[in-house]
Design a protein around this ligand. Structure first.
Ligand code: GDP
Ligand code: IMO
Ligand code: MG
Length: 421
């Protein structure tokens, strides 16, 4: 039996989708336990290229059972669209995709409020995906949420929706938004429920049965560890805990059942949305431009910068990572010199990530170590020993600085572009 949690060690988009698609070959169960369709996990495999927001990225292997846990929130329209895309690609998920009835549903007012709150905060905005994630989790925590299990009882559902619309329409109106109509929302959401109902089932007995049968579990984090509401750069964080520890609340897996924690780390750093990123390079510099990316969910620009070992070490310690899955090493092939941030100086003194709040973190000076680049194409390499010597040195420096061995190295977006050490 194994329960492997795959977590991002940075600010998201580390390549978790790629790692899960690679690792799921040996998994019986692949499960999401946090977040919602703010996630965008890219999978490139023989079936095609997919940007997945909600369904576990292990869905492409017909032998996996895929679980969407109680810790998730989901926009039904996005989920239905995603299932359609997957079905069109030939993926069958009958009897192998299970949605927890405890998962909360993103309602139209969550999306409206997400936007209105962001606008009210102006320059201090979090830079959310505006998918309604924060307001949906806020309703969950303040006992105002609507869960899949509420949809089965039309009277209960109507009652809950009526109360929520009464409350939310007042706030929306006060903030200058257009109010929502009960009949319209009710009809639309019951229709969504009709489509998704075949997949909604309590997953507790499935999980427990799998644990008893000593099956292989692969648990897929969404977001990154530095977006955790407690340990991330608050308020530039996401609403649900992405940490490995969240698998109990989000999936019903007891903490002591976890056998391995894999930290996915991009070979450099990116961040999308607001908040500090100490190693960020100016977007108009050559290196900054080279490390920028386009976000999978919102199409916004991800800011780019050098690898921040302070942040990755913190995330690895916080989660208890056993091994690293290093992604996008190939992207660094273009540089003759590569920098790694080994730590920070703040107000002239050495400071750790955890010493500083988000605003202070925005003021640190990264301490860099310069390494030699390799400037050759490594995308076809499948053996560590065949990597150019400076690339091996780069990997070894990362594992020394982070304090965790690098077990997998990804040298391209495709499933097979992976070196196992
Ligand atoms: P996730 O949210 O952690 O799953 O990451 P995203 O999918 O949002 O972003 C990672 C991006 O990097 C996607 O476009 C992937 O296809 C791509 N990717 C992943 N691994 C590699 C790699 O090793 N090399 C290259 N060039 N691209 C990669
Ligand atoms: P994956 O799973 C990168 C960021 C948003 C914003 C903050 C809060 O693809 O790695 P939210 O909409 O969650 O309330 O936004 O969190 N964010 C992500 N950044 N990758 C993600 O997911 C993210 N999910 C949320 O950009 O800064
Ligand atoms: Mg992503």
């Amino acid at each position: 039996m194994s329960v492997t949690v795959v977590i991002g060690t940075q600010w998201g988009d580390e390549g978790k989708g790629k790692a899960i698609d690679f690792l799921a070959r040996d998994a019986d169960f692949v499960a999401r336990y946090n977040g919602g369709n703010n996630a965008g996990h890219t999978v490139v495999n023989p079936i095609g290229t997919f940007k997945i927001h909600l369904v576990p990225s292990g869905i492409f292997y017909p032998h996996t059972r895929c679980l969407m846990g109680s810790g998730m929130v989901m926009d039904p329209a996005v989920l239905i669209e995603e299932l359609k895309t997957l079905r069109e690609a030939g993926i069958r998920f009958e009897k192998r995709l299970f949605i927890s009835p405890r998962a909360h549903v993103i309602m139209p007012y969550h999306k409206i409020l997400d936007g209105l709150y962001e606008e009210a905060k102006g320059a201090g905005a979090t830079g959310t995906t505006r998918r309604g994630i924060g307001p949906c989790f806020a309703d969950k925590i303040s006992y105002n949420g609507i869960r899949w299990s509420d949809f089965g009882d039309q009277t209960l559902f109507n009652q809950k929706l009526r109360v929520q619309l009464e409350l939310k329409n007042k706030i929306i109106a006060a903030l200058g938004g257009a109010s929502l109509n009960f009949n319209k929302v009710c009809a639309q959401y019951q229709e969504y429920y009709g489509v998704l109902k075949p997949y909604i089932a309590e997953i507790f007995p499935i999980v427990q049965g799998g644990l008893r049968a000593r099956k292989q579990f692969l648990l897929e984090q969404a977001m990154g560890s530095l977006l955790d509401p407690d340990w991330g750069t608050y308020p530039f964080v996401t609403a649900s805990s992405p940490l490995a520890s969240a698998v109990t609340g989000g999936l019903g897996i007891p903490p002591r059942q976890i056998t391995q924690i894999v930290g996915v780390a991009k070979a450099y750093t990116t961040r999308v949305g607001g908040g500090p990123m100490p190693t960020e390079l100016a977007g108009d510099s050559d290196a900054g431009r080279a490390l920028q990316e386009v976000a999978a969910t919102t199409g916004r620009i991800r800011r780019g910068g050098w690898f921040d070992a302070e942040v990755a070490r913190f995330a690895a310690e916080l989660n208890g990572a056993d091994a690293l899955f290093l992604t996008k090493l190939d992207v660094l092939s273009q540089f003759d010199q590569i920098q790694i941030c080994t730590g920070y100086q703040w107000k002239g003194k050495r400071a750790h990530y955890y010493d500083l709040n988000a605003y202070q973190l925005g003021e640190v000076k990264p301490v860099y170590r310069t390494l030699r680049g390799w400037q050759t194409d490594i995308t076809g390499i499948r053996k560590f020993s065949k990597l150019p010597e400076p690339a091996r040195q780069y990997v070894e420096t990362i594992e020394k600085l982070v304090g965790v061995p690098v077990r997998w190295i990804s040298v391209g977006p495709e499933r097979e572009a992976t070196i196992v050490r």
